[in-house]
Design a binder for this molecule. Sequence first.
Ligand code: HEC
Length: 179
Amino acid sequence: MKQKECLLLAVALGMGLSLAACGGEGGGGEGPIVAPPPAPAEWADKHMPAGWWTDAAKLEEGRKLYAGETNPDVNCGSCHGKDGKPTKAGARDFRVTDRMKLYSDSVWAWRIAEGVPNTKMKAWKSKLSEDDTWKLVLYEASYGLPGKGWDAATKSWVDAASVVAVPAVVPAAPDSTGK
Ligand code: HEC
């Protein structure tokens, strides 16, 4: 074989190997770990209700919702797995910290409410109140990010106990110049 051909073959084989590695352990066969799109305006400023990151009762309510115990029509575990290990191909593996930490709490809530177009992940908002959606975010986060909470001020996952609740956005005061 000519030297050039050999080189091409080596490159092709190498690519095959690295592609196989991309789909391997850790990513759970879900493809490369990339940041999700930003949440749309409607969700971007919504965050976990104050105090919930450390609220064990809310977490338990989230678990019941996830497992279909609260409402059999809402059974996240049927695809994402009771223990967080997906049972349906392509469903997100919430145990993969490297991926899940790229999501803000707003993005998680938005995805649950609106779903992911053209995938098996449908929109759940017709079956879930906004509070229920946050309980599910709380529960899912407990797989890959146990003990953590999203800190909106620093835009990062921090120890749940140190999350500072952001005040709800208040409309700007009327212009005092009376324009
Ligand atoms: C019929 C199977 C199925 C059910 C039931 C299901 N999901 Fe999913 N879910 C998926 C799939 C498949 C994906 C991956 C979508 C993609 O490729 O981005 C996904 C992705 C997600 C994501 C990540 C979205 C993203 O942008 O990566 C979240 C969060 C999520 N699901 C939460 C839930 C919650 C909470 C429930 C229950 C209310 C639920 N899922 C029920 C199949 C399901």
